[in-house]
Structure formats: structure tokens, C-alpha cells
Design a protein around this ligand. Structure first.
Ligand code: ATP
Ligand code: MG
Length: 461
């Protein structure tokens, strides 16, 4: 530490002398004055990190100094000096935003500890603001990539509804950017200074989810050793993001509906109704309408959550965004991984355009990250790409077939083709069934069934 500027205001010349001598020797940059009115005009002219002020003084008193500082120099920290007679006032001052108070006669070691604590607190606060600003920048609309008409529609809705309190339901396949959109909604709303609290309803076992959401009182159940604040309360003043809402069990769906209707809830085992000011955004990769028809999702809850639906189209339906996204990720990862990859060849890009991206933007992002790490050249090229995005060559599929004069049984022909492809996949993957299944975009159990049905065996080598 060192040259933090401190303004010391006190009408006792003895205190001014003693404290300024001591604090100067500790490396602080001290300015002193003996009355509140001149203190105020000094705060107006110059920035002080800390204002140490007496409570009772001629002219303006400590409370007035504090009030002026809060308005005109809110980044400064106020610490009150007080005699025993005015402790009550000092407590009032803390309620009005003073950092702490010190009782006279002031002990020198005590004052240094308080100053250090104040500066530490201020630095943490600044760091926090910095981090928040970083987050805000990250979720600016311009960092969400896409120019295809269908994603532009999405962005338009997002911009329109961001700064409102409307309840929003985000729909889209896995990896399409649901959480990204939810965060962008929050960081572009008036709630941006408040918390963004995500809850993944699919990742938390349903018996724990209720207390995760609503919290519990001490002793509410066997393991409730202490009171716990739930995510609803944590999100107060901000946004609660209910991710994978389609996976919520019916019992909890009813409870959630009640909370949304009544706008209040109780902690588990608690009696006191708690009111919170939150915005709700939910998301799911499931077809919720179908789930409603199948009675897996409550219809009334569906309508409560689905005030404004935002449907993010899968990447295969907006292929024109692939180059933009690819370049965005190449730029991002070559910087963060300190690699000199500058682009991608036309041939390789063509493959990325033809591939179907079942894992959507996330799959593209992960693939580019791996390519940046693994490739040795400046341009990502065809041979760098993983096998799944390469087209099967027609020869490998068995060549083009001519239908003979007498015709053929399509079923038998397809069966033969299936057998050939499965054998090929098994040989390519050294008969590791997981890998072979991946090559064929099917799950392992389906593959095993087919292997049995086709009566395939590994040939002894
Ligand atoms: N339009 C976009 N521009 C830039 N990055 C994107 C875009 N869409 C998605 N991403 C990135 O893709 C990744 C996946 O996005 P996100 O986690 O939001 O998807 P999701 O729909 O919530 O997926 P899941 O259902 O798997 O949870 C993230 O790293 C996100 O930053
Ligand atoms: Mg997600």
C-alpha cells in the first residue's frame, strides 16, 4: 500500500497532530482540516480514498460530511471518529453508509487495521464491478453471432423483450445457445446489477431440487442442520434461470406453479411467507407442447412460463451462420490458446457446411477448439477434420449399384449394404463397439442388436 489519500477532519488540534504524524509515518498521504464545512469544500475539489471525520464539530457535523461524500464522491470511504457520548450517532452514520467508526481516544494499531480493511473492501468492490463489466461485455448482443434470417428473428425478439419483466421460455436443441440467450437477456435488462441465478432442473436429483429452489429451515428434515437459502431468494433483484424445465417432476411442477401464481413461497419447514422480486426465464430442449399433450408437463404451468417463447433454430437450419461462427471461434481460440491459426481452407469449410451438426453450436465450438490445439499449420485443412464430418466415399459405401434386368430385392440389397458398413465401422474402430456406434451415428445397443442379427464375427487375423 502507500499513497492512499486520507482526509482527516476533527476540531481537536491534538488529534489532528497525533493522527496525521502517525499515519504519514505509515505511508499515507494525509490532509487535515478542523471543521466540517471546509472538509466538504475539500471533498468537492479533490478525490480522497478515505475520509476520517469527527462527529461533533463546529460548522457541518460528521453526518453532513458523510451525506455530501455519498452524493459527490461515492467511491470514497467514510470512517467516523467518535467520543463515547456519540456512539449512538456513529451507529446512525453506519446505517447511512459510513464504513465503520472508531472511538476516541483512537488506538493507533486499531486505526491502521480499520484503514486496511476499508481499502481491502474497496478493492474487492472494484474487482467485483470489473468482473460484472466483463460479464456485461461478454453478453452484449454483438458477441452473439448469426446473420441468417431465422437467428436474426430471434435476436430481434431478444432485444425487444430484454429490458422488461416478461417471463420467457427459450426452446431449442442442445447446444443451440439457450443459456447464452438467457444471460444476454439478463445482462441487457435493468436487472443487470442483480444476480443471474441458473438452476439446472435435470442435473439436480428431484428430491434435492425443492430445497435447492426454495431453501429450508433448520430441522426441516433429517439432514437440515442449518437454515438454507434457496435459489429463489438468491435471485432476488435479478433473474432466475430454470434450465431444462421439461425435466422437472410433476410434484415440483405444482409447487412451482403455486409460487408463480402467488408470487411468494415458504422455505421447506418454514411458516413465514417470503416475497421476492425476480424475473423468470426458463429453457428446455424438449418439445414442451408434446409433453403437455402426454400429460408429462402441466398445461397451466406451461402457459405461465410460455409468456414469450423464443425458439432457437438448430444450426443445420441456418447453415449460412456456420462460416461466421467458425471464424469467430477460430479467432477466439487461437488467441486464448496462443496458437497462430488464422483461417480454414475452402475445402474444409465446405465440409463444415455440409455436416449436420447434431450438437449444434456447442459441437462446432468444441471441434474448432480441438482443431486449434491439434493442427500444426496456420490454416485448418481437410485432413485436420474429424472423420465424422468427412463424406463417406461412394466406393466405401459399396459403389453405385445397377439394378439387373431381372430386378433385385431392395430389402436384401439394403441388408447387404448395412452389413458391409457395420463391418467397415467395426474394423475401423478395432471392434470397439462404442467407437463403431459413433461412426455410424447410432447408439451402442442398436449396433449390438444389428451385429447379432447380421451374425457378424471378428475374423481371426
Ligand atoms: N450465436 C452464438 N454466437 C456465439 N456463440 C454461441 C452462439 N450460440 C451458442 N454459442 C456458444 O455455444 C455454446 C453452447 O451454448 P449454450 O450453452 O448457451 O447452449 P444450450 O442451448 O444451453 O445447450 P444445452 O442444451 O446443451 O445446455 C456456448 O459456449 C455458447 O457460448
Ligand atoms: Mg444449456
Amino acid at each position: 500500500m502507500g499513497s492512499e489519500k486520507i482526509l482527516l477532519i476533527d476540531d481537536s488540534p491534538e488529534i489532528l497532530d497525533n493522527l496525521s504524524e502517525y499515519l504519514t509515518s505509515e505511508g499515507y498521504d494525509i490532509t487535515t482540516t478542523s471543521d466540517g464545512t471546509s472538509g466538504i469544500s475539500m471533498i468537492e475539489k479533490k478525490f480522497y480514498d478515505i475520509i476520517l471525520t469527527d462527529m461533533k464539530m463546529p460548522g457541518a457535523d460528521g453526518m453532513e460530511v458523510l451525506k455530501f461524500m455519498k452524493e459527490h464522491s461515492p467511491e470514497s470511504i467514510c470512517i467516523i471518529l467518535t467520543g463515547y457520548g456519540t456512539i449512538k450517532n456513529a451507529v446512525e452514520a453506519i446505517k447511512s453508509g459510513a464504513f465503520d467508526y472508531l472511538t476516541k481516544p483512537v488506538k493507533m494499531d486499531e486505526i491502521v487495521i480499520t484503514l486496511n480493511r476499508a481499502l481491502e473492501y474497496r478493492n474487492l468492490k472494484r474487482e467485483n464491478i470489473n468482473l460484472r463489466n466483463q460479464l456485461k461485455r461478454k453478453y452484449q448482443f454483438k458477441n452473439i453471432i448469426g446473420e441468417s434470417p431465422s437467428i436474426q428473428d430471434v435476436f430481434e425478439t431478444v432485444e425487444k423483450v430484454a429490458d422488461t419483466d416478461s417471463t420467457i421460455l427459450i426452446l431449442g436443441e442442445s447446444g443451440t445457445g439457450k443459456e447464452l440467450i438467457a444471460r444476454a437477456l439478463h445482462y441487457n435488462s435493468y436487472r443487470r446489477e442483480g444476480p443471474f441465478v441458473p438452476v439446472n432442473c435435470a442435473a439436480i436429483p428431484s428430491e434435492l431440487l425443492e430445497s435447492e429452489l426454495f431453501g429450508h429451515e433448520k430441522g426441516a428434515f433429517t439432514n437440515a442442520i442449518r437454515t438454507r437459502i434457496g435459489r429463489f431468494e438468491l435471485a432476488n433483484g435479478g433473474t432466475l434461470f430454470l434450465d431444462e424445465i421439461g425435466d422437472m417432476n410433476p410434484n415440483l411442477q405444482s409447487k412451482l406453479l403455486r409460487v408463480l401464481q402467488e408470487r411468494q413461497f415458504e422455505r421447506i419447514g418454514g411458516m413465514k411467507p417470503i416475497k421476492v422480486d425476480i424475473r423468470i426465464i426458463s429453457a428446455t430442449h424438449q418439445d414442451l407442447k408434446k409433453a403437455v399433450l402426454k400429460k408429462k408437463f402441466r398445461e397451466d404451468l406451461y402457459y405461465r412460463l410460455n409468456v414469450i417463447p423464443i425458439e432457437i433454430p438448430p444450426l443445420r437450419q441456418r447453415k449460412s451462420d456456420i462460416p461466421l461462427l467458425a471464424f469467430h471461434f477460430i479467432h477466439h481460440f487461437s488467441k486464448s490458446k496462443r496458437k497462430k491459426v488464422t483461417g480454414i481452407t475452402d475445402e474444409a469449410m465446405e465440409r463444415l457446411m455440409e455436416y449436420d451438426w447434431p450438437g449444434n453450436v456447442r459441437e462446432l465450438e468444441n471441434m474448432i477448439e480441438r482443431l486449434i490445439i491439434l493442427t500444426g499449420s496456420e490454416m485448418i485443412d481437410l485432413p485436420d477434420l474429424p472423420e465424422r464430418v468427412l463424406p463417406p466415399s461412394s466406393k466405401e459405401i459399396g459403389g453405385t449399384m445397377d439394378i439387373p434386368q431381372e430386378g433385385l430385392s431392395l430389402e436384401t440389397a439394403l441388408n447387404e449394404l448395412e452389413k458391409q458398413l457395420i463391418l467397415q465401422a467395426l474394423n475401423k474402430s478395432g471392434w470397439v463397439k462404442n467407437k463403431a456406434a459413433q461412426l455410424l451415428h447410432m447408439n451402442r445397443t442398436t449396433l449390438i442388436e444389428k451385429i447379432k442379427r447380421q451374425n457378424l464375427h471378428r475374423s481371426p487375423s
